[in-house]
Ligand binder design. Sequence first.
Ligand code: ADP
Length: 269
Amino acid sequence: ITYRVTCGAVPMLGRSGILVSFEDITPMEQAGQMRRDFVANVSHELRTPLTALLGFIETLQGPARNDPKAQERFLGIMGAEAERMNRLVSDLLSLSRVEADERVRPIDPVDLGGVIEQTRHSLARLAEDAGVELTVHLPEARVVVPGDADQIRQVLTNLVENAIKYSNRGGSVRMHLGVPDYESRLRGQGVRIEVSDTGPGIDAVHLPRLTERFYRVDSHRSRELGGTGLGLAIVKHIVNRHRGRLQVESRFGSGSTFTVILPLDGRQD
Ligand code: ADP
């Protein structure tokens, strides 16, 4: 705990006294520390591809000047590094946008089945290339919740991209939309969108920290697969903005299920 101690002379009962006040500034200290950590993390994440780019530029100007084969290979790597910086910057922008909007709840009617189908469509190619089967299970009736369709699509995209990315070839990823029955609905229970995979699973010790910015279970694997470490942080903020909840069930070695629970109407908070 950090206190700010302020002393001052004050008139007391006709005489002069000293007033000492203690103010608990721990939350401010923590916020300051978090900001410093964040800036340090961003700088580190940007510096890694930047250093690689600078190194390759030097090589292209020097030793590889007259070697077209090496030039082609290095330009390919440089493209991938620049792409990585680009992804990081777009994720940072998405994150700061949703964080800024978090207090305002989006209220447009969103057809969840439609958003799930769009997500499947846009990620079908990624799944195919990774050798992963992508399936969708929807209820017959249309399910509409108040929200922001683009942001809900972003949530599903991040979850399904992760599920595909971390799965091995031959694995499967399933999106499932579940609606509460009448009774549960009266009790204010929300709609459940589950994204499950047959991937490597996540050890329980990591689960509470997964949505922290730049938290990765296996940094090397995440970077190798093009991860920025911000996907789940973005998911969490969007879900919060919708007054929903994010649950993760996973066991090391036997797949993961990420569940987004969204309120059906304005009552559940
Ligand atoms: P990243 O860009 O590294 O994927 P995320 O914030 O999306 O960042 O995820 C944080 C970490 O959680 C990942 O680095 C990975 O270790 C772990 N993770 C996320 N989704 C899955 C999944 N479906 N299966 C296994 N691990 C996962």
